[in-house]
Design a protein around this ligand. Structure first.
Ligand code: F3S
Length: 295
């Protein structure tokens, strides 16, 4: 038996920067001034539990933060109103917004100021999309399928997308809008890290008997990796950590592929691989991966 890890898996650089910043804040803040994140820092429970146990509290609303405290802005980014409110109340920000997301904010802001209707292709409830919509005063039309896109009723639009959506979703939406005769200015803002992880997972899933995808249950990019793997491999499993591993099923397979979402820490990927190695008679060969540990 052989375990093969997808070439690109685990923390992307934006998530790594966010987690590194959080741990640095803890180190540089021994006096204990309160530290917060607006929502969970990343979509991985093991990491957020660890941060919480060390004193970083996740809050839902900025109003809950006392003046003078520090809020770590996660890689998903925030609305313009969030920054205005923090400045007004003297809240210090440790901003880890991913530069790719900041670029989308700039594009959306410019399009809005130029009077162009903005479309965001993505999940309206995802924090990144909520943040992006906050740079055009919440005026964006948000859709994630051809059916939803068909309800757009303006004659032109400036289109951006959530960094983690699938290329096929963007293509579908753009085609629907073009068929309706909408004049479009499309910026493909899907992140390369997402594209590479999806491609590497799809390639590997087509060559193995079983595919294990590691990621947080609330991680949108991990869930998409799982959907992609499920299409290419009959036996695909989505696990958060070793507790979820379906060892009985995996034992029946000869070649097992492993992929992990952009918010999955290296430590958890290694634990899952080593647990499978220990529990099945196997020869473990791991493909190259350069992601660093989160601690
Ligand atoms: Fe940034 Fe792409 Fe990761 S947008 S947070 S590098 S998935």
């Amino acid at each position: 038996m052989e375990i093969i890890r997808a070439e690109r898996s685990g923390f992307c650089f934006g998530v790594k920067k966010a987690v590194d910043t959080a741990f640095r804040q803890l180190k540089e803040n021994p006096a204990g001034s309160p530290l917060f994140t607006h929502g969970q820092l990343i979509h991985n429970r093991d990491v957020t539990d660890e941060l919480e146990s060390r004193g970083i509290q996740a809050i839902d609303r900025l109003e809950e933060v006392p003046e003078g405290a520090t809020v770590i802005v996660r890689s998903h980014g925030e609305t313009k109103q969030f920054y205005d409110e923090a400045a007004r109340r003297g809240i210090r920000l440790a901003d880890t917004t991913c530069p790719f997301v900041t670029r989308i904010h700039q594009l959306v802001r410019e399009a809005h100021e130029a009077g162009k209707p903005v479309i965001i292709v993505g999940d309206p409830d995802h924090p990144e999309v909520v943040g992006t919509n906050g740079w055009c005063e919440g005026s964006a039309f948000i859709c994630s399928s051809a059916e939803e896109a068909s309800r757009f009723d303006r004659s032109e639009a400036f289109v951006v997308c959530q960094t983690t959506i699938r290329q096929s979703t963007l293509d579908e939406v753009v085609k629907t809008l073009q068929d309706k005769g909408v004049r479009l200015d499309v910026r493909n803002t899907i992140c390369n890290a997402t594209r590479e992880r999806q491609q590497a997972a799809a390639d590997l899933a087509g060559k193995v008997d079983a595919m294990v995808v590691i990621g947080g249950k609330n991680s949108s990019n991990s869930k998409k990796l799982y959907e992609i793997c499920r299409k290419a491999c009959k036996h695909a499993y989505f696990v958060e950590n070793i507790a979820d591993l379906p060892l009985k099923e995996i034992r029946k397979c000869n070649r097992i592929g492993v992929a992990a979402g952009a918010s999955t820490p290296e430590r958890i990927i290694k634990e899952v691989i080593s647990n499978m190695s220990d529990n099945i008679t196997t020869e473990t060969t791991t493909e190259a991966n350069s992601m660093a540990d989160f601690m």
